[in-house]
Design a protein around this ligand. Structure first.
Ligand SMILES: N[C@@H](CCC(=O)N[C@@H](CS)C(=O)NCC(=O)O)C(=O)O
Length: 244
């Protein structure tokens, strides 16, 4: 067994990080957390992952000498650590996770383009690393970082994926007849609940999203149309996170 608890590296606001975190917590895995800043933290992440080429992204989990990449594999790691089936059957969950990934990819492109068009959101993006007087003069750095992220991930954009994911979640809950897509709480619920971060963010993060960034993550039209799903997400969030 590794002497230190696994280290989760992520971005607190990111739905992918929230998926990983929720899965680890639901499985009672003891873990430490480190916040990642795109571009700035990348050399450190590459060094910790021993990965000098190719793309890197977060969440990633460092567990002893093992590097677990991406929310899906981290959820599987969590389930294996729990040693039971509390997150559900991953073969049955996979189609839900694909819907979730496609929806989040579309949401990311929307958010990044919104941030690029809004100077206040760009300044909020640099707030953790720049003091207020430097944010405006150095805004080009935040703009460059957001453009790079947009280029890095835009091949994943399939327009309409967010709406499809919301409609399927609604239909899935209707078919299951309860609050859980596969009959009892599991990773399918986590994967689809975090999609709602892209229409009305709910994650309690520190520091909270700035107002301009929050606007970019919000879609009032979809939020009103899928109000039933937002209420479903709220019920899931009321569950104790860590199950013994
Ligand atoms: N399929 C991956 C997606 C992870 C992902 O898209 N991560 C983005 C979150 S915005 C990221 O790492 N962005 C920062 C970067 O690429 O530097 C997962 O499920 O974890």
């Amino acid at each position: 067994m590794p002497s230190h608890p696994p280290l989760l590296i992520g971005e607190a606001f990111s739905p992918w990080t929230q998926k990983a975190r929720w899965a680890l917590e639901a499985c009672g895995v003891d873990f430490a957390y480190r916040e990642y800043t795109p571009t700035l933290s990348e050399p450190w992440l590459r060094w910790r992952m021993r990965q000098w080429s190719g793309t890197v992204s977060v969440p990633a989990l460092l567990a002893g000498s093992e590097v677990v990449r991406g929310s899906w594999d981290i959820a599987r790691f969590a389930a294996a650590s729990a040693g039971d089936h509390r997150l559900g059957d991953f073969d049955a969950i996979a189609p839900w996770n694909e819907l979730s990934e496609a929806a989040l990819a579309e949401a990311r492109s929307r958010v990044l383009r919104c941030v690029l068009a809004d100077p206040q959101a760009l300044d909020e993006a640099s707030a953790s690393v720049l003091p207020p007087p430097l944010r405006q003069p150095l805004r080009f750095i935040a703009r460059d970082a957001a453009r790079r992220l947009d280029r890095k991930y835009r091949h994943l954009l399939v327009p309409g994926s967010l709406r499809i994911a919301l409609e399927r979640t609604r239909a899935g809950l209707h078919a299951s007849g309860c609050d859980h897509l596969l009959g009892r709480f599991g990773y399918a619920d986590i994967a689809m609940a975090v999609v709602l971060e892209a229409i009305l963010p709910a994650a309690r993060i520190e520091p909270p999203l700035g107002p301009a960034t929050r606007r970019c993550w919000s879609d009032p039209v979809l939020a009103s149309e899928f109000d039933d799903l937002l209420r479903w997400r709220d019920r899931l969030l009321l569950r104790p996170r860590t199950t013994p």
